[in-house]
Structures are given as C-alpha cells and as structure tokens.
Design a protein around this ligand. Structure first.
Ligand SMILES: [Zn+2]
Length: 467
C-alpha cells in the first residue's frame, strides 16, 4: 500500500472502513474470560501439530493479492510458492487434581488476520477445546497472499470483491488444521532459545529507506538519529520423547515485503523461504513462523536484484541463524502453560487531526477494543498484538515481561485482529507512514503495552514462571 498516490489515500480508506466493522462489536473493557487463567502445574507436556495448504485457486478465477493498494485489486496471475496454515497445540496434562490446559499457536502465510477471519475460525472449531481464550491466530504479513476475504466496501474497492468461497475454504482449512493438531497430542519436550541476529533487519523509518523499492540507500544505518531495531531471533524447538523434532516455532520482526506491488504471483515471501529451508533439514518437522513488532522493521537490503532470488536468500539467512540457535538447546518435558485474553478499551478513533467523538463511537458501536493475548510456555511468554506495533513498543513489552521473571518474552504482531499500526508518542510526533496508519492517537503504544503487561501478569497467577 505504498505507491506515491496511495500513501495518503489508503490510510484514509483504512480509517473510514474501520467504522462499519465495529457495529457488531461489544463495548467496554472487560478482562475477557480471565477466569480462563487456567494454569497447569509441572505437568507432562503433550504436543500436536498439523498443516494445510491454503494456496488459492488463482488459475480458476480472479483472486487479488493483499498488502499493496498499488496493485489496485488486480488478480494474481499464478503461484510462485504455496502458502500454508500450521497449528501447534500444546497441553500440560497429567496432574489429577488439575484441569489440563491447552493452547493453540496457529500461523498462516497471510497478510493479516481480521476479526471476521478469527470469528469464523472460532465458530468452526467450537467444542474442540480451543476458543477465544487460548487461540493465538497470526499472520506472517506476506504481501503476496490472497486478499478478497474482507466484506468491507472500501476494502473491496482496493483489494477486490469479497470472495465467499475463498473465505470459507481458508477459514475451514485453518479450523481443520487446529482440530487435527489437537487430535494428535503426544508426549513431547521443548526447548527455547534466542539470540541477536545482527544485520538482518533494520528500522525503515530511516530517511535512507525507500518504501517503493523497499531498499535502504546505504549499507548501514546513519550514525545520527534514533532508529530502533529489534534484532532478536527467538525459537522454540519441540521434540517427541524419542528425540525426533516435531516442530520449530520461529519469531523474528521484519516486514515480509521482499516482493513488491509488481509481483502478481502468490508467495509466502521470505518467511516461506525460511520455513521451506528448515523443513528441508528434518523429515516430518513443521516449521512455524510468527512476525514480531515489525511495524517499522524491514529486511536489511540495499542491493537491487531479482526479488525472488533475494527472497530465497533472506529466508536462508534467517534459517541459518535458527540452525545456530538450535545447537545446544536444552529440553524440558514438564512445562507450565497458561493463556490470557483481554479486550483493552482504545482511545478515540482518529486520522491525523480528525478524531471521532466518543458519543458517536458509543452510539454507532464503532471499534473500541483491542484483543490482547498472552500465552505462557514455561519461562517464555508470547504476547499477541492485533496489528503492527513498532519495535520500540515491542521492546518495552519484552523488557517489562523480563522484569516479571520471563526469560524468553516474545511479541507476536498481526495476531487475532488488525487495528493498524501501533506507535509510541515519541514516534507519533515525528509523523511518517506508520504514524498515519496508527488510528488511535499518540497514546496507542502506551495503552497497548500496558494491556499486554496485564495479560502477561495474568499468566503468572499460579506461581513463578521459572521452571
Ligand atoms: Zn505492514
């Protein structure tokens, strides 16, 4: 969404289209299902995984791609690489006096998860033991995955008409994958590690970044300026009791925009290349990827070249870092698991200097809440944020989570819903693309961080995370 003409228009479109979507949403802040703060003890771990192909049938009918308004709803012309949904269900079980606790971490090669998509999936998995309180549903943010899954009139003008069949097929595949993973639970052990991966990502709010070419004009950031990058690469490795690796879950903050608006082939962009590379190493291993607080994080690239070649190359570089991290990872087979979902009241919806009066918000039932989720896995916590927080917002959540005792906090952006970009006050005052796409004012970052910490704390209610 960032050719020169659309840079101003698209944010306005997003602002306007947010309205109708909120008519049907409940109002008020409530700790949603916080009594779901079920927490297992030091119980044996059970894990199940599954995946399904969600590549759209672009050869059968016109299906546009998401992410860049500059494509103007043009249909995809083919498939470069297939896209997937992958589900990892974890359960701590086996303590007779405790109810078993289950969480599902679901990743998709999609640009974003909308509330409609989440609701449809939840309705299709009713009775599975996975619900609003323990489903983390995320998108990799590839800008070459299908659009046409949004009924909102203004979105349809830019990203193509809502395709009922596509929406139904993809949400059904996501639901089926979650159910399959839940049905395959078996004893497992897991290990978590993280490292600083220098030189992979970079803050695109630097003046050296070109949003159209997606290239930095210099090989390294300017010495002056305050451009924060979160270079942490986080990985969780899950193995069966026999030691066979079942799944890897990778988190790294970088826009999946190696491919540009000129690409009309379906692709998972660099996260797909990274996952394929790692899946090639190990038979029967499913590699899942969640993006981080990537609002202002881009792949660090300053060289012109073939986009598909660069996409494979960048994916391979991230995969190599993951391989290094896996060396010497320590496994545990008893892990405390908990989940918490809360709905945080948002400030008034605004676009630049225009803010929607509160009485209108209430009267018309506009969006007033953000779904904030925390999933605790031992001394790690995954914090799901429904949009694109900038790195500084994510780093604050990680820093505060560490103070609570979590050794491996991680932020999952593009999770469960999409409320736009989320910037802090300092960056809000500087302006720029991300700020224009931040629809809830200067305090959005602080409000979301505070809510995230609340959710993280809730996962602690039965004791220390150190186990
Ligand atoms: Zn983005």
């Amino acid at each position: 969404m960032r050719d020169k003409n659309s840079r101003v228009f698209i944010p306005l479109v997003f602002f306007l289209l947010l309205f109708p979507a909120f008519f049907f949403l409940p109002g008020g802040t409530r700790p949603c299902l916080s009594d779901t703060l079920e927490t297992g003890g030091e119980a044996p771990l059970l894990v199940g995984v599954a995946r399904a192909d969600i590549t759209p049938p672009v050869d059968q009918r016109g299906i546009p791609l998401n992410g860049y308004g500059a494509r103007k709803g043009k249909p995809a012309t083919g498939v470069h690489d297939r896209i997937f949904v992958k589900a990892l269900v974890l359960s701590s079980n086996g303590l007779p006096e405790k109810e078993s606790v289950r969480v599902a971490i679901v990743t998709t090669d999609l640009c974003m998860i909308t509330r409609d998509i989440r609701r449809e999936v939840l309705s299709k998995i009713e009775g599975s033991g996975i619900d609003d309180a323990n489903l983390l549903l995320s998108a990799s943010h590839t800008h070459s995955a299908p659009a046409a899954m949004d009924r909102r009139w203004l979105i349809e003008r830019f990203f193509g008409d809502f395709d009922e069949e596509l929406f139904d097929t993809i949400t059904s595949q996501i639901a089926k994958t979650i159910k399959e993973a839940g049905a395959r639970l078996r004893p497992a052990k897991l290990g978590i590690a993280s490292t600083t991966a220098q030189g992979l990502n970079r803050n695109r709010r630097e003046p050296t970044y070109n949003y159209d070419t997606r290239l930095f004009s210099t090989p390294s950031p300017p010495p002056e300026g305050d451009f924060v990058t979160d270079s942490e690469l986080w990985v969780m490795e899950v193995a069966g009791q026999d030691g066979e690796v079942i799944a890897l879950l990778v988190n790294f903050a970088a826009h999946a925009t190696v491919l540009g608006a000129d690409n009309l082939l379906v692709s998972a962009d660099w996260p797909g290349a990274m996952q394929r590379s790692l899946e090639g190493d190990l038979k029967d291993t499913i590699v899942l990827y969640t993006n981080g607080a990537a609002g202002d994080q881009a792949p660090d690239d300053h060289v012109e070249g073939n986009d598909f070649g660069k996409m494979e190359q960048f994916g391979e570089r991230v995969a190599d870092e993951v391989r290094e991290l896996l060396d010497g990872i320590e496994f545990k087979d008893e892990v405390r698991i908990a989940s918490s979902m809360l709905y945080q009241e948002l400030p008034r919806l605004s676009y630049k200097f225009l803010a929607l009066p509160r009485f209108l918000t209430g009267r018309f039932g506009f969006e007033t809440e953000a779904a904030i989720m925390a999933i605790r896995i031992g001394d790690a916590v995954l914090v799901g944020i429904p949009g694109e927080p900038i790195a500084e917002v994510g780093l604050e959540i990680k820093r505060e989570s560490r103070k609570l005792g979590f050794k491996y906090p991680v932020v999952v952006g593009l999770a469960n819903d999409y409320i736009g970009y989320i910037v802090n006050e300092k960056e809000y005052r500087k302006g720029g693309y991300e700020t224009t796409m931040n629809f809830f004012g200067k305090d959005a970052g602080a409000i979301i961080s505070e809510a995230a910490l609340k959710a993280v704390k809730e996962t602690l209610s039965s004791g220390t995370p150190r186990n």
